[in-house]
Ligand binder design. Structure first.
Ligand SMILES: Cc1cc2nc3c(=O)[nH]c(=O)nc-3n(C[C@H](O)[C@H](O)[C@H](O)COP(=O)(O)OP(=O)(O)OC[C@H]3O[C@@H](n4cnc5c(N)ncnc54)[C@H](O)[C@@H]3O)c2cc1C
Length: 488
């Protein structure tokens, strides 16, 4: 029989990644003194909080799940992160390269570097195609659906073939004509290769380069410090249950009554009732957990939302430093990983003195050859490729760690918006449920968007429940912090 947690929580937050923690933090700072008993419960399946934005510590070698830089154009989110981390935050200079056919290209591209990398004939062809495309634009009616359509229309076929096709297909694991244009537009307009190339080869508008800025913020002990600090703040007055997976979301009509969790080694189940729910767990999972079950067409739509998974292989080295780069991108299919970073270039506290580490990212699907390979095979694959690329020598290897991260990226396959809209319309009817976060909303969100989505949901809930929460208190807490420059 299920145990029951006893009290009814005012708010239950599902998932303690940055979205869930952001919501929990905002709510925890807005309980009026007149109502100190307002209770917020955060439920997390993992052993620790932080979700994708954690830092692993392996005998003093520290690494994120793929380097996470903090960069935002949202003052409130930057203020929050600066406030909770204070002096722990470093300002890191960004310098990244693309390694393509044995040549390093600057990222963002610089004109001379691009010309010397591609060669004059290819560069001339790219510029001609681009110019012809610009002239033809007003007369072309073909609907743009995929990443391929979008890039060819904006940059020409040559650039698509030599620059975009390989890396995009490596990251997403599907043909470029199946990768959705909306994603491409969002992503490439904001940062990424597209703007870099456009700037390098065609235009020089420095205002456009906002998101390619050369500096970012990073906690000296790794990105996981953001969630560690949020957790500490939430736990002053509220609770976070880790190692507790939500296995059922029980509703009567369009109102969620409680969630059932399974936790501990003995898989004990427990029901937690709540008045309001905020969910950051992947939206496709959420739909499947609803009990009674949603209509078949909603379950079918959920089953069509796909995710891309990730394997991280980290190699610890008896050597001071290997590169001077923030990231190195490796588009070629022959190299099994797509990106490398060296955490000691982000903060020298990320490894014991005189040692360093390289983190490689393999984009894959759960169950495919990469995902299913043994840890030993993956480590050997990584080491031999790093040697072949000239980064390391075998005798320098001290240790290795392999991690598998399911659902790292929502996969924006052509047609996904139809399925997502269907699900969102259905979930809209649940009056006490709010969706937040990257997987929770199925958006290509970075950490700042994710935190913002959690805070926005908390603020809309505060507005709906003024008897429980006072948004002014949260605003004041942020401002007080910024005046004293310390967290509590
Ligand atoms: C390789 C990589 C590199 C990245 N680099 C950057 C970067 O440089 N800068 C940047 O800003 N962003 C970066 N991001 C994006 C960033 O990681 C995300 O935007 C952010 O961490 C997402 O937070 P979230 O809370 O929305 O989701 P998640 O972190 O996925 O959190 C969801 C949480 O829900 C929990 N959960 C799931 N199911 C259940 C269940 N049934 N019951 C209970 N709990 C459950 C999960 O365990 C998880 O903790 C990167 C992402 C990846 C994958």
């Amino acid at each position: 029989m299920d145990a029951t947690s006893g009290q009814t929580n005012d708010v239950i937050i599902l998932g303690a990644g940055l979205a869930g923690l952001g919501a929990g933090y905002a709510l925890s700072h807005s309980s009026p003194v007149s109502n100190p008993k307002t209770n917020v419960l955060v439920i997390e399946a993992g052993k620790t909080v932080g979700g994708l934005a954690i830092t692993k510590n392996h005998h003093g070698f520290r690494f994120d799940l793929g380097g996470h830089r903090f960069k935002t154009s949202k003052p409130k989110i930057e203020q929050l992160v600066r406030n909770i981390l204070g002096d722990e935050l470093l300002v890191v200079k960004r310098s990244s390269k693309i390694l393509l056919r044995d040549k390093y290209f600057d990222y963002p591209l610089k004109p001379l570097n691009a010309i010397s990398g591609f060669g004059i004939p290819t560069t001339a062809k790219i510029i001609l195609e681009y110019s012809a495309g610009q002239l033809k634009k007003p007369f072309v009616n073909k609907k743009i659906v995929s990443l391929e359509d979008w890039v060819v229309r904006h940059f020409g076929r040559t650039l698509f073939n030599i620059y975009f096709r390989e890396y995009s297909e490596k990251v997403w694991g599907i043909n470029c004509n199946r990768i959705c244009m909306e994603w491409m537009e969002q992503r490439i307009q904001k940062l990424s290769l597209g703007k870099a190339i456009k700037k390098a080869l065609f235009k020089n508008n420095s205002r456009d380069m906002h998101t390619l800025a050369s500096e970012f913020l990073y906690p000296s002990l790794g990105i996981g410090r953001i969630s560690d600090r949020l957790k500490e703040e939430i736990e002053i007055n509220n609770r976070i249950l880790t190692h507790s997976r939500v296995v059922r979301i029980n509703h009567i009509g369009n109102r969620i009554e409680n969630v059932t969790t399974r936790s501990g080694a003995d898989n004990q189940t427990c029901d937690h009732s709540g008045n309001e729910f905020i969910s950051s767990i992947p939206v496709a999972t959420l739909v499947q957990l609803l009990h009674p079950r949603p209509p078949t067409e909603i379950l079918e739509a959920a089953s069509k939302l796909k995710y891309r998974d990730l394997v991280i292989v980290t190699i610890m080295l008896d050597r001071e430093r290997v590169t001077d780069q923030t990231w190195i991108y490796l588009p070629e299919q022959e190299i099994p990983f797509g990106r490398i970073h060296e955490p000691t270039n982000w903060s020298n506290k990320m490894a014991p003195q005189g040692k360093t580490l390289l983190v490689t990212e393999y984009f894959c699907f759960r169950g495919d050859e990469t995902w299913s390979a043994s840890d030993g095979e993956l480590a050997e694959r990584t080491i031999s490729n790093l040697i072949k690329l000239g980064f390391i020598k075998r005798h320098e290897v001290l240790d290795k760690v392999v991690l598998r991260i399911p659902r790292a990226y929502p996969l924006f396959e052509v047609g996904y918006t139809r399925q997502l809209e269907k699900i969102c319309r259905y979930l809209d009817d649940y009056r006490n449920l709010r969706l937040i976060g990257r997987g929770g909303m199925f958006r290509y969100y970075n950490m700042d968007h994710t935190l913002e989505s959690g805070i926005n949901a908390a603020e809309s809930l505060m507005a709906d429940r003024p008897e429980l929460f006072d948004p002014e208190l949260f605003t004041r807490a942020l401002n007080e912090y910024s005046q004293t420059g310390t967290g509590s």
